[in-house]
Design a protein around this ligand. Structure first.
Ligand code: UDP
Length: 324
């Protein structure tokens, strides 16, 4: 299949392109390089198209015939989405309208969409499955939820086949060391710890140790980026067999506290980091752990990277010698 990977120069998109090309498919990257990296595009060609420009995306879909679209492009910083919600409504919702409209005009009807556990909001269960109510706590999560609803409508109205994959905490890097995570600013726990270990001047603190968890710090479900890529390809391959619009959670099904992550990082780098405890971060739920039973049953997916230390090791390989 020839697949348009929107946001393919970003962290997860680049891993997707490598995975697609290793499985005999042809990725074509569409990325405006606002947060993506030219050097991350090593599998397939790059079209520097901005999906914020309806004529440009129309031109791209009119000039190349695609079997499907995978859509990773989004603004994704929770704090920024609270401070500047219109940026999020524009980058995420308005730009996705442009993409869907171009797909409709050019008869490309298969879409795999990057969604997030942030659509659930405050968890009401220890293990979150897809039936958990959606009640996002911030504009970022709301934009992702609105897009899911748009996809549902496009499935009904235009015969689209669409899947939304709700990621929990994406982590790790491809073992090749060729691609990895590079955000500016970096807000995520594992890359912040590893960048600090690699010598970056980052003040990394544990955001609160007075939560009702085993050690007082927040619990998250870390899933390797290559396992996410695997789920995307399976979702695409299953799309035509499934009715309408589908949603799947993607997580390891095991939670780790912030302190456990700090310990895993310290064991991988072989020395203590002296991380102090700071204040809670606003809007952090105490625990977010996925039930991915549905993805396992329907997509036949099962994560290969189940060990947190191995996930951290793969990320450490990247952070010691990042290529971009
Ligand atoms: N966290 C932390 N210090 C940091 C960054 C994150 O203690 O410098 C915590 C954060 O409060 C959360 C967990 O690490 O409990 C994972 O946060 P991250 O931003 O990586 O992902 P999120 O779960 O917010 O999507």
């Amino acid at each position: 299949m020839r697949i348009l990977v929107v946001g393919g120069a970003g962290y997860i998109g680049a891993h997707m392109c490598k995975f697609l090309s290793e499985h005999g498919h042809e990725p074509v990257v569409c990325d405006n390089l606002s947060t993506g990296h030219r050097a991350a595009v090593r599998w397939g060609s790059l079209s520097e198209t901005d999906i914020g420009n309806p004529e440009a995306i129309d031109l791209l879909l009119g000039s190349i015939r695609f079997d499907a679209v995978m859509h990773f492009a989004a603004a994704s910083l929770v704090g920024e989405s609270v401070a500047d919600p219109l940026k999020y409504y524009r980058s995420n919702i308005a730009n996705t309208v442009n993409l869907l409209d171009a797909m409709r005009r050019h008869g490309v009807r298969r879409l795999v969409f990057s969604s997030t556990a942030a659509v659930y909001g405050e968890p009401k269960a220890n293990l979150i499955d897809e039936r958990h109510p959606t009640s996002p706590l911030n504009p970022y999560g709301r934009t992702k939820r609105v897009i899911e609803q748009m996809l549902q409508d496009c499935v009904s109205a235009y015969g689209f086949k669409a899947v939304a994959l709700r990621y929990f905490n994406a982590a790790g890097a491809d073992p090749s060391g060729l691609i990895g995570e590079h955000h500016e600013p970096e807000t995520h726990l594992i890359p912040r710890l590893l960048r600090r270990a690699a010598g970056d001047d980052l003040d990394v603190r544990i955001f609160g140790d007075d939560y009702d968890t085993i050690d007082g710090t927040c619990v998250r479900d870390y899933i390797h980026v290559n396992d996410l890529a695997d789920a995307h390809l399976r979702a695409l391959q299953t799309l035509d067999l499934l009715p309408g619009f589908q949603v799947f959670n993607l997580g390891n099904g095991a939670g780790y506290t912030v302190r456990q992550v700090v310990s895993a990082v310290e064991s991988v780098i072989g020395r203590p980091l002296g991380i102090q405890v700071g204040a809670r971060r606003a809007g952090d739920p105490k625990a977010l752990v996925a039930s991915s039973v549905r993805a396992r049953e329907v997509l036949g997916w099962s994560p290969q990277w189940t060990d947190l230390t191995a996930i951290v090791e793969s990320a450490w390989r990247w952070h010691q010698k990042p290529a971009y």
